[in-house]
Design a protein around this ligand. Sequence first.
Ligand code: ATP
Ligand code: MG
Length: 393
Amino acid sequence: MKEIILCKYGEIILKGANRSRFESILLREVRRRASHIGKFDVRAAQSTLYITPLSDFEDMDEMFEQAKHVFGFVGVSRAAVAEKSMEDICRVAREYLPPYLAGAKRFRAEAKRSDKKFPLKSPEIGAEIGGVILSMRPDLKVDLDHPDVTVRVEIRDTAAYIHAGQDRGAGGVPLGSSGRGLLLLSGGIDSPVAGYMMARRGLALDALYFESIPYTSDRAREKVASLARIMTEYCGPIRMHVISLTKIQEAIRDNCEEDYFTLLLRRFMMRLSCRMAERCGASALITGESLGQVASQTMAALTVTEAAADRLIFRPCIGMDKEEIVRTARHIGTFETSILPYEDCCTVFTPRHPKTQPVLEKVIAQEEKLDYDTLLEEAWESRFSMVVSQFEG
Ligand code: ATP
Ligand code: MG
């Protein structure tokens, strides 16, 4: 008996003419993941991607997990392959289903016949399979509303497939189908969530981390790289760029009014981020800002920060409560790493009374006390990059 993995497309079914582009991204993404696991054939047909192991020794559990992390699929299931005859379908069902029915009390059997030439109609196929299940397990009850297990037979072009339930896919649209974004990745809880949310809407990601050595440590940078690595499970390999803000922060400390420290720093971050975005082909910045969360995230502060940027900024967490952000962070697996206690450059020289209602002219007046362009240029020259990947080592 042969088992395969079926991945069902989500929203991209709706995309009409663009569909083949979306489909080829999905094929490439699944093939990339499969190549790290073993030998699999991956092909697309009828709004579904079929992943077929090329030997009996391929790691189907791992492949299944990987498929569930690919944006663009709403459902992923493991399925047994049968010939398109009722006789073979029943034979395979007898062999394949028992482990899935173990522990169940109620089940439902249904069928979907996309090949209308198949002699039985969907309800008839469902009824036959139900009969096969009851003959093996007379203790089970049919329950259409609250089954423990839903068995499904799909009659498709070249074969029939039998599965015992579908897991949720990662949803969203295929990675990269919306373009590229530059994620401002700190060690906090919010920015990995922001990156994940935008990747799920089709943005391929680069990440940028600002450090301030010796005020921030190598361990802090390693923590951010670990966060990026966790994100790669959904987002694919990520180029992570690092820029040092040490000299900028010292200059701000030595020359500017304390209440403005954070805002001034964030405007430097915006300028450097836009330059980095230009360089890596990212049409938007992504941040983890959430309205009202801290002094630098009031409307007035965000307005002043944004005025230093010359491109689109996505802030997908802007309307989320911390609790919702934490829930997503747990879902993607970044939460436990985010709460490790390492310093962030934003917490170096933090003002005691940060301006929550800043006025742009006054912020610019503070900036005029600095040798702005030289500081910007020096920080830019400090940059370096690394690639973070899920399948390392
Ligand atoms: P997070 O949990 O993401 O750190 P936060 O609530 O601590 O967010 P801030 O520290 O004010 O908020 O930062 C707001 C956003 O600015 C972050 O979500 C992130 O996108 C970006 N940011 C902050 N610090 C850095 C940094 N050191 N490097 C890169 N981006 C940063
Ligand atoms: Mg932070």
